[in-house]
Write a protein that binds this ligand. Structure first.
Ligand code: HEC
Ligand code: HEC
Length: 444
């Protein structure tokens, strides 16, 4: 009996000591976040619930409503609006989600997304290939990696070069909104997500066909989402874009362990992940740039990462002349912006294991090692452009493991399927609807 009591006391003491240690680590982490982020510290990194529309950042010209979100959710996945492919037989086979689907963290699951002209899906997007009847230049592909559409509500300007959006960093860039190009959509005055969605529908060969809308449930969805707009102007690309942008704004990784930890559940992160977070916001200075609730920011920096043309796998429409290789400078035309890319969000990265604007890394650990070493991999870029913070960090292997654990698990929402529709008004397969994809996705 005595032995048992002694044992009990010891294990209680041990438990208390352990508890004490985690509390200290929690406090240290909160204090560190407070130092780099803002007075509100951890609170300011909390993502709202996806239903909490008033607290989600939005464009005053496109206020969020549940009806717009519902319509946008369908349109974003709808293969039935893919009505302007280069070759007729590809009609109705692709969607926005072809390159941004939930199980890939709203990325493409591939080093280069393929819309029109692609067939297949594989297990998670990696199996999409060029249709043999398409020439490479007929494909809908971009010479840069597909970023995530999740957590984008925290940035006012879209794309790696920030070209979309009339506000934020694009105030004063009006001369670059070239007429007759997608950039001209900036003149409508919307923020980046709205602008991108309106422009993107055209770029990605989608059409709001009146017969399709009026013979499916879409008519009612548009009526509910835009009751104040006259029926002549209701079923348009512009409104489809506004609805899609509303949906994209609610794509928030608020069930990730780090989010639960920020909301007060100390056990949501383990000790290794907490130490990783501590390094992220402390010694490794990642939080200097990755500092919104999405761990993105609206700044542009050069980290010397390679372009998609350097990708070892075969890519389409990539060349040394792509203005995308110049990052922000390819849009503004200013040499001081050359090689600067937008600071991306960092949640659910491992669902699509291609990192950097040119997909030059295959694991998150490789990215952390690269930033730690701070040797630019892109030989064509002007090294004077490198971010001042891009300096060797002298992290140990253990510290790199800790940061990687924080990114891989702490920043991972394992329930993104909640953002996918269960079925579409067209009844079509999604995200792709070609025969090979249908088979691989288990549709009919
Ligand atoms: C062929 C693949 C493909 C399709 C289809 C596609 N996208 Fe994208 N998307 C991309 C690529 C690639 C980029 C990055 C382009 C760049 O930065 O120059 C991108 C960027 C974006 C961004 C900006 C994200 C950020 O962090 O800046 C948003 C938002 C977006 N797409 C939404 C959409 C919507 C809405 C549709 C449908 C209308 C769509 N995409 C269809 C490949 C695709
Ligand atoms: C000077 C600002 C800055 C700092 C500091 C910084 N980053 Fe980044 N980070 C960026 C930019 C900009 C990119 C995109 C670069 C590109 O693709 O060319 C990026 C990309 C990434 C990516 C790849 C994401 C993707 O979708 O491809 C990861 C992961 C990442 N950073 C993690 C970190 C970590 C971890 C640290 C700290 C060790 C850190 N970053 C420090 C600005 C920064």
């Amino acid at each position: 009996m005595r032995k048992l009591i002694v044992l009990l006391c010891f294990s209680l003491l041990y438990a208390c000591a352990k508890e004490e240690k985690t509390n200290l680590l929690d406090e240290e982490l909160l204090a560190t976040i407070e130092k780099v982020i803002s007075e509100n510290g951890g609170q300011s990194l909390i993502l709202p619930k996806e239903t909490d529309l008033t607290n989600i950042p939005q464009d005053p010209k496109n206020p969020l409503t549940p009806e717009k979100v519902s319509l946008g959710k369908l349109l974003f996945h709808e293969t039935g609006i893919a009505l302007a492919p280069t070759k007729n037989f590809q009609e109705g086979t692709f969607s926005c989600a072809s390159c941004h689907f939930a199980s890939a963290g709203f990325q493409a699951g591939r080093f280069q997304g393929i819309g029109d002209g692609g067939i297949g899906f594989g297990k998670n997007g990696e199996g999409r290939i060029k249709d043999a009847l398409y020439h490479g230049d007929e494909l809908d592909v971009q010479p840069i990696r597909s970023p995530s559409t999740m957590n984008t509500a925290y940035q006012k300007n879209m794309l790696w070069n920030g070209q979309f959006g009339a506000t934020g960093k694009n105030v004063g860039t009006e001369q670059a909104w070239t007429p007759e190009t997608p950039k001209a959509i900036n003149s409508l005055g919307f923020e980046g997500l709205e602008t991108q969605a309106i422009a993107g529908l055209g770029v990605h060969r989608m059409v709001m066909d009146s017969t399709f809308i009026h013979t499916t449930a879409y008519k009612e969805f548009f009526d509910a989402a835009f009751p104040e707009v006259s029926t002549e102007e209701r079923y348009t690309i512009k409104n489809a874009g506004l609805a899609i942008a509303a949906y994209e704004r609610i794509l928030l990784s608020n069930q990730a362990p780090f989010q639960e930890w920020l909301r007060g559940d100390s056990k949501a992160l383990n000790e290794q992940e907490k130490k990783g977070a501590l390094l992220f916001f402390g010694k490794a200075k990642c939080g200097n740039c990755h500092n919104t609730p999405a761990l993105s920011s609206m700044e542009f920096y050069a980290l010397g990462m390679s372009d998609l043309i350097d990708c070892p796998e075969p890519t389409f429409k990539t060349s040394l002349e792509n203005p995308q290789n110049l990052g922000r400078g390819g849009f503004t035309g200013k040499t001081e912006d050359h090689y600067l890319f937008k600071v991306p969000q960092l949640y659910n990265l491992k669902d699509s294991p291609f990192y950097g604007h040119g997909a030059s890394f295959r694991t998150i650990r490789q990215v952390v090692e690269y930033i730690n070493q701070a040797i630019p991999e892109n030989e064509r870029m002007d090294k004077n452009q490198l971010a001042p913070d891009f300096k060797p960090l002298n992290l140990t292997a253990i510290e790199i493991t800790q940061i990687t654990a924080f990114l891989e698990h702490g920043l991972y929402d394992n329930n993104l399927k909640r953002y996918e529709p269960t079925q579409l008004p067209s009844g079509n397969c999604f995200p792709n609807n070609d025969r090979m994809s249908q088979r691989q996705l288990g549709c009919n």
